[in-house]
Design a protein around this ligand. Structure first.
Ligand SMILES: [Zn+2]
Length: 389
């Protein structure tokens, strides 16, 4: 980044440290910086380093001190780079948890608050994502490999038989990883609010042509009355045929390992391999990624179930704001160019992009109405860059 941006960042940090002094100094030329400072102050008050168990409710306890360089600076990078829809959702959540309880990299929740009746919304991110200070490309590589190998999420394997991710981005460090994870969880909230994908009833209802799931799936993943998990079935039979990953079985062994360890920091899945993970065959990986390249799917994770197909698609649509390239590369030279696929109107992904863009437009219209009724400095910054179409 240019040094001008460095200076801007420094002045924001100083202003936040001296919040009282900052408000006095606004002039006609530095108003956008001042507005961003106010928005970030709102956002930073939502950060909670959880003490004890988390209930995803307003009563949860947080550590009194939040280290700025480890936790707040990456969040500031994420917010500053995010498109309006991502900014607006970050402004709208009640709390951003950072703790050792996340079985995955991140999660979201939306529970009615018994006191107010209002929905209390949170996003939680594994603390290790920021504390391990892993480069974004290394995390993306290790996370992609993890689905095949069960290896540590923050430590890529050097085995040439497993794929790597190559990224050109302005957020090279943990900020890039945080951006990716927050975009994924915001995708779930957007799907819940405007996508119709989460909470379909009955869960085994076949997809209809006006649903996102219909674009790539013939059947959703659901748990039958007998308790048996029925895997989602992809519309593209060639992809289904090589999808040899035991997603559900591997998730179960991951959860069992973490449950056995309690909330111990030592069990951070970023640092340890999952025991009893059923690895995929090395031959299958290259075939799978070759098929993925010609499919409407973006990542390995997106082929697990329609909900995560939605969120991974949304995440991929958010990536051009921070990255010029996001390629999954195999040893034999297969290169899945995720951003090329996302931006190309003629790619098999294009119908998904149009579907999600329509949901984004509806959400922004509602955010604008909410802001008009009850102005909020965070949402003001989020919506300043978006124009109704
Ligand atoms: Zn997800």
């Amino acid at each position: 980044m240019a040094s001008g941006n460095g200076l801007l960042s420094t002045s924001i940090a100083l202003c936040l440290a001296l919040a009282l002094g900052c408000a006095q100094r606004k002039g006609p030329t530095d108003r956008p910086t001042d507005d961003l400072t106010k928005a970030l102050a709102v956002l930073e008050r939502k950060v909670c380093l959880t003490i004890g168990d988390r209930t995803n409710g307003p009563g949860d306890q947080c550590e009194p001190h939040v280290d700025r360089s480890t936790y707040l600076r990456p969040l500031r990078d994420v917010f500053s780079s995010a498109p309006p829809i991502l900014k607006a959702y970050l402004c709208s959540v009640d709390r951003l948890y950072l703790d050792y309880h996340s079985p995955w990299n991140a999660s979201f929740s939306a529970f009615p608050d018994s006191q107010t009746g209002r929905e209390y919304r949170t996003i939680a991110v594994r603390r290790g994502v920021l504390e391990n200070r892993v480069r974004y490309a290394d995390w993306a590589t290790a996370w992609t490999q993890h689905w095949w190998t069960g290896g540590p999420i923050d430590r890529p394997s050097s085995d040439p038989a497993v794929p790597r991710v190559e990224i050109e981005t302005k957020l090279n460090g943990p900020s890039g990883t945080l951006y990716h994870l927050v975009a994924h969880e915001v995708g779930h909230l957007l799907d819940r609010d405007y996508g119709g994908g989460l909470g379909r009833r009955p869960a085994d209802k076949p997809f209809e042509p006006n649903e996102f799931g219909y674009l790539s799936w013939t059947s959703p993943r659901y748990v039958g009355a007998d308790g048996v998990v029925h895997q989602a079935v992809a519309r593209d039979p060639s992809l289904e045929a090589v999808r040899v990953l035991d997603f559900d079985g591997n998730v179960r062994v991951r959860l069992a390992m973490l449950a056995a360890a309690g909330n111990a920091q030592s069990a951070d899945p970023g640092a340890v391999a999952v025991q009893n993970w059923k690895p995929a065959s090395r031959d299958g990986i290259a075939t799978f990624l070759d098929r993925l390249d010609h499919s409407p799917f973006t990542t390995v994770f997106s082929t697990w179930r329609p909900e995560d197909d939605w969120t991974e698609s949304f995440t991929a649509m958010m990536l051009p704001s921070i990255a010029r390239r996001f390629d999954i590369v195999t040893a034999n030279g297969t290169r899945v160019r995720v951003l090329t696929k996302v931006l190309d109107d003629a790619s098999p992904f294009a119908p998904k992009r149009r579907f999600i863009q329509a949901a984004i437009d509806r959400a922004l219209t509602d955010f604008r109405a909410r802001q008009a009724a009850s102005p909020n400095p965070c949402l003001a910054v989020a919506l300043a860059e978006s124009r109704p179409r």
